[in-house]
Design a protein around this ligand. Structure first.
Ligand code: 6R9
Length: 664
């Protein structure tokens, strides 16, 4: 620890409550505590406040239709277009202002500023191009792209013509792409030749093509040329059903496409996420509710104003990028930043350099990044003028108080409030967080639920637990940004999110409770500390990974008999993947075989799911009924004292595995 950190520890360690500064509160979008009571008293009409941030084509009749829970409908019969709301309506006042500031790799060579006028032009051309290809309303268009400007352009072009998008994170594997395109019956793909990572061009089309070979139906693909001549070495020729993005855009130069009127409940996009089973879930978000939710939370929590330069360092391939790089910020007409690269290239001050150069006003990032910054040391941010920052945010996993305090001091100079925002792909936007202009902050605790939300921490019977006790987080009233269903699978939607705590035979909305599968506790002031997932989902660097998905990749390797995957604590990633593997008779437990297993996981899911350790074991600890005792495997991974082994069928195996992993 540096001297600086020692001093910080000493001064801040004891402090448990932090007040937002008067200067922040004085200018905050929301600064009156009365909002909590007002929203409670006026529920669900209070959510008009969110819908009112948008321009509606046809006004809605009813704020909430809860007659058929859990299939809630919001802003019924209203019609709206997301692209018009994120672009067209800002043109008069902000046409020449930056909508997107794109910072690319290689550094300094090709940064791009897209004004709202530019964005309008490009989105119209792209919308016309997609239509030319045959994309119609309600056709799902898959996007498999890294952080390049064409990604939000393509998303907004889809929104313009009423075609839902399904963005697949570029770091996911070819298999993952194929699974998602097949599941969504998606006949269109927008991808690119490659992109840069730490200065080097990286072939992406190869992976996309491999994915396409696993798609069961005919497809059309649009390929963005990101690398120019630097991609020549990859030697790609476009196939007959592949089209060059640039050619399509040129052919539609100057085109104007009228935004399609979408029903509030029409699907805006699908986003696949990990669940308890091997099959990813297609989370369906709608046009009116989702856009209202992201706009309102961007305003109330991120304190976004049109003149801001707001920087979220997430990837658009995840929900955070959808909601808080693209839709929320653009709906408010602000400048949103996109960064193609990594935070440590060319040096570990890259983000701070960007913040300084662009005078970013907010930074929204993840605890895993903050822990890495902390490890690298405060000399990197100290070299830069970060005084433009007004607010900091975190999302994706619990943040430990030490990392919170480091962020508060070294990035925020003890002047910026921090919003620790708990939410999920399924919730569409933020749910539990302080309103920065209203509430004090408690490091490690996300804060109270947002106004108008009914969040309770309950025991297994659904009874509220006392403050300080661990329980399960539940949401007891619907909200506009909620997922509407899992794509073409209403039954799984009910099973996964509602069955646990609802009376599923009831058609009274009060009997329905949403269960996000997170553990949590609440304190006397109503502040919620989220403890982490209680299902078989890991959170590695803020990314959701299903243990079942990883296990099925491993057991697919010839020579593997059985596998169990658990999360072990990791100082930077939060959690790391530990794979316990039983090999078949005759299979050698070699380093080469270990590498084969790691590669299989990377092929099936992507490098983010790469096991930190592959542990060969002759058996897995199992209960008498044959269930793998994952808890014990977690204890072993963490070097913790082992929990109770008395219910095991094979207690002796635990000590054997422990010796292999912990090495004594
Ligand atoms: C937005 C996003 C959702 C899961 C969620 C929870 C964890 C997210 C958190 C947090 C503690 C926070 N999570 N934010 N845990 N504090 N502020 O991350 O969506 O990828 O679907 O992950 O992430 O476990 O259930 P998603």
């Amino acid at each position: 620890m540096s001297d600086d950190d020692v001093e910080l520890e000493a001064r801040l360690e004891e402090q448990e409550v932090f007040e937002p500064s008067d200067s922040f509160v004085g200018q905050a979008n929301v600064s009156d505590d009365a909002i909590y009571e007002e929203f409670d008293e006026n529920w669900p009409e209070c959510w008009q406040a969110a819908a009112d941030l948008l321009d509606w084509e046809e006004p809605y009749d009813q704020v909430l239709d809860d007659s058929n829970p859990p299939f809630y409908e919001w802003f019924t019969d209203g019609t709206i277009n997301a692209s018009a709301n994120c672009i067209d309506r800002h043109l008069d006042e902000r046409g020449d202002e930056a909508a997107i500031e794109w910072v690319g790799e290689p550094v300094d060579e090709d940064n791009v500023t897209l004004t709202y006028n530019d964005l309008h032009e490009k989105v119209n051309e792209a919308a016309a191009a997609l239509r030319d290809l045959g994309v119609g309303e309600d056709d799902v268009v898959t996007m498999y792209m890294p952080m390049i400007p064409e990604l939000p352009i393509a998303m907004l072009a889809c929104a313009r013509i009423g075609a839902p998008h399904s963005v697949v994170f570029a770091g996911f594997s070819a298999d993952a792409l194929a699974t998602r395109m097949n599941s969504a019956d998606s006949e269109y793909l927008v991808t690119c030749d490659g992109y840069y990572r730490r200065g080097d061009p990286l072939d992406h089309l190869d992976k996309a093509n491999e994915g396409l070979s696993g798609v069961e139906h005919d497809t059309d693909t649009v390929v963005v040329d990101r690398l120019g001549p630097n991609g020549d070495d990859f030697g790609h020729d476009l196939a007959d059903d592949q089209h060059d993005w640039g050619d399509l855009m040129a052919a539609n130069e100057g085109a104007e496409v009228e935004p399609v009127d979408r029903d509030a409940e029409d699907m805006l996009f699908l986003m696949y996420t990990s669940g308890t089973t091997g099959q990813p879930k297609g989370v369906k978000h709608t046009t009116g509710g989702y856009l209202s939710w992201t706009a309102w939370t961007s305003q109330a929590v991120l304190d976004i104003k049109p003149e801001d330069t707001y920087f979220c360092s997430a990837d658009i391939g995840w929900i955070t990028g959808h909601s808080y790089i693209v839709y929320g910020p653009l709906a408010l007409g602000t400048t949103t930043m996109m960064y193609e690269g990594t935070p440590d290239h060319p040096d570990r001050d890259r983000l701070w350099e960007i913040v300084e150069d662009y005078e970013a006003t907010q930074l929204y990032t993840a605890p895993t990044a903050i822990r890495a910054f902390m490890k690298w040391g405060s000399q990197y941010p100290d070299e830069h003028d970060l005084s433009s920052l007004r607010l900091l945010g975190t999302v994706g996993e619990p943040i430990n108080p030490r990392a919170w305090k480091w962020y508060y001091k070294h990035i925020g100079n003890e002047e910026c409030p921090i919003v620790d925002t708990w939410w999920q792909t399924e919730t569409g936007g933020m749910m539990v967080t302080t309103l920065p202009g209203v509430k004090d902050m408690k490091p490690g605790s996300a804060g109270p639920p947002l106004p108008g939300l009914d969040v309770q921490i309950v025991d297994t019977d659904g009874e509220e637990v006392e403050p300080g006790r661990a329980g399960y987080l539940t949401v007891n009233k619907p909200w506009p940004g909620m997922l509407r269903t899992l794509y073409k699978n209403d039954e799984r939607f009910i099973d996964e999110y509602w069955a646990e705590y609802s009376d599923t035979d009831s058609d009274d909305s009060d009997d329905w409770v949403y269960f996000p599968e997170d553990g949590a506790k609440i304190d006397e002031d109503g502040y919620i500390t989220v403890l982490g997932r209680v299902d078989d989902v890991l959170n590695v660097s803020g990314h959701r990974l299903g243990t079942m998905e990883i296990e099925s990749a491993i057991v697919g390797v010839e020579g593997v008999a059985e596998a169990a995957v658990v999360g072990g604590d990791h100082p930077v990633k939060g959690e790391a993947v530990y794979a316990y593997v039983i090999v078949e008779d005759g299979q050698e437990e070699s380093e080469a075989f270990r590498a084969e297993i790691v590669e299989a996981v990377e092929d099936a899911i992507g490098p983010i799911a790469r096991p930190e350790q592959v542990i060969f074991t002759p058996e897995l600890p199992k209960t008498r009924s044959g269930k793998i005792m994952r808890r014990l495997l977690e204890d072993i991974a963490n070097g913790d004292e082992l929990g109770n082994t008395s219910t095991l069928r094979n207690p002796e195996i635990v000590e054997d595995i422990r010796q292999v992993v912990q090495g004594d």
